[in-house]
Design a protein around this ligand. Structure first.
Ligand code: FES
Length: 82
C-alpha cells in the first residue's frame, strides 16, 4: 500500500484526486488534466492509481465471467431471441 497522500510537486492532496476521479477522470493523465497540471516527478503516480482503483471498485458492476456470458447467450438462443 502506498502511504503517500499528497502530490508534493503540486501540493495536491489525495482528496483532490478523489474528486477528479469522481468527476470522470479515468486514468492518471485525465486525473491530472482535470486538476489542471501535469505530473512532474511521477512519485505520486501509485497514489493516483490507487485512488482511481478505489473509485472504479465502488462504481463498476461486478464482473461477469465468460462462462456467464455464454450461458446467458445460449439461454437467449434457446428462447428464440437473437
Ligand atoms: S509528487 Fe506528484 S508529480 Fe511529483
Amino acid at each position: 500500500m502506498n502511504d503517500r497522500s499528497t502530490c508534493t510537486c503540486h501540493d495536491i492532496s489525495i482528496d483532490v484526486f478523489r474528486r477528479a476521479s469522481q468527476s470522470g477522470a479515468h486514468n492518471v493523465k485525465t486525473c491530472f488534466k482535470a486538476i489542471g497540471c501535469l505530473p512532474k516527478c511521477n512519485n505520486c503516480i501509485p497514489m493516483v492509481r490507487s485512488v482511481l482503483a478505489e473509485f472504479s471498485e465502488r462504481t463498476l458492476p461486478a464482473q461477469t465471467t465468460v462462462a456467464d456470458t455464454v450461458a446467458t447467450s445460449n439461454a437467449s438462443h434457446q428462447r428464440g431471441y437473437p
